[in-house]
Design a protein around this ligand. Structure first.
Ligand code: IPE
Ligand code: IPE
Ligand code: MG
Length: 255
């Protein structure tokens, strides 16, 4: 799998007119169940096909020179789904790591995992840690897997960490800043997402990257995740290239 960010390819990307490419794209991979139901298939078939769309997305991100891709693979609220669906999704994650890890490693992909780790089943935790450990020195695409992830829980964990540091006397409460909170989050060291893509027509964050999305651009499309392909990805990139990001300031042209 060739997934190294490729600067030459970047010049041919969908937004070559302006050259504005996101460094970090985060995906809320939604609509697997609806994709399957619309075809008279069990929801699990949607998840299986969703994995194919994910493989395509990772390859295409490398081709387009994107540095970081975050995928929302399982939320801290998804445990409330029927047990059969939850265990299918756990099996799928296991198969993804077991089957794709060596290929991703060969392609120089660095895997990072965000989300709660306490209470995770030991086998799953060991696989996720193995993926991080094996690929930690890779220098290509950074694939951030949000698993058992909920942004409010992540922020609460960060607050707890900082409070513990303060109680120990390692930091003074005055030292708590946007920067120190950012560094206490699971995403420490990872740039904020420039673009957040959600498939399947829902226009909400569903507890994804609440802190990090402060100035992200949002892109919503109607395709269900299993139908998300290279052309759909390029459309999102083209749309991003036309956005004006002001961060509360003014455009250079307005000055
Ligand atoms: C996204 O698809 C995958 C996960 C949440 C794990 P859904 O399973 O949410 O599909 P819909 O939204 O029910 O169609
Ligand atoms: C968000 O999708 C979580 C993932 C894509 C993993 P959901 O399908 O769980 O979100 P809601 O329930 O529609 O908000
Ligand atoms: Mg959904």
């Amino acid at each position: 799998m060739n997934v190294s960010p490729d600067r030459n390819q970047q010049a041919h990307a969908a937004d070559s007119s302006s050259g504005k490419m996101p460094r970090h794209v985060a995906f809320i991979m939604d609509g697997n169940g609806r994709w399957a139901t619309a075809r008279g298939l069990p929801r699990t078939e949607g998840h299986r096909h969703g994995l194919e769309a994910l493989r395509k997305t990772i390859r295409h991100a490398g081709k387009r020179g994107i540095e970081v891709v975050t995928i929302y693979s399982f939320s801290s609220e998804n445990w409330s789904r029927p047990e059969t669906e939850v265990s299918f999704l756990m099996g799928l994650l296991r198969r993804f790591v077991q089957r794709d890890l060596s290929e991703l490693h060969e392609a120089n992909v660095k895997i990072s995992v965000i989300g709660g780790r306490d209470d995770l089943e030991k086998g799953i935790l060991a696989l996720l840690e193995e993926a991080e450990q094996l690929t930690r020195n890779n220098t290509g695409l950074n694939l951030v897997v949000a698993f058992n992830y909920g942004a409010r829980a992540e922020i609460a964990r960060a607050a707890k960490r900082l409070a513990e540091d303060a109680v120990r006397g390692d930091i003074h409460p005055d030292e708590i800043s946007e920067e120190s909170i950012g560094n206490a989050l699971d995403t420490r060291g990872i740039p904020d997402p420039d673009l957040i893509v959600r498939t399947s027509g829902e226009m909400r964050l569903s507890n994804f990257l609440l802190w990090q999305a402060a100035y992200s651009e949002f892109y919503f499309c109607d395709q269900h995740w299993p139908d998300f392909d290279e052309a759909a990805f390029d459309e999102a990139l083209a749309c991003f290239s036309n956005r004006q990001r002001r961060y509360g300031g003014l455009d250079a042209t307005a000055l």
